[in-house]
Design a protein around this ligand. Structure first.
Ligand SMILES: [Zn+2]
Length: 79
């Protein structure tokens, strides 16, 4: 007769284990991913991976509002 088993799936890599302990060990074995972000003077965050460090540093200090941004660029505001 068929029987029921409980399998434990790692939420990160989807591998299935027969014990919760093995699944937890698997989950904890995956390294945390580090990301670099540039944070502007007003708290705007821009991912460095998007277009590089220099661009991210400049973009983080620029407003997302087009009029404010135009003023900042006209004024030659530096980071
Ligand atoms: Zn895993």
């Amino acid at each position: 007769m068929a029987h029921i088993e409980t399998w434990y799936r790692c939420p990160t890599c989807n591998r299935v284990w027969s014990s919760q302990k093995e699944a937890i060990t698997c989950r904890n074995s995956h390294p945390v991913k580090a990301e670099r972000w540039a944070i502007g003077k007003n708290g705007k965050a821009v991912a460095v991976s998007y277009r590089g460090l220099d661009w991210a540093l400049r973009e983080a200090d620029l407003s997302d509002f087009i009029h404010e941004r135009a003023k900042q660029l006209e004024g030659g505001e530096k980071c």
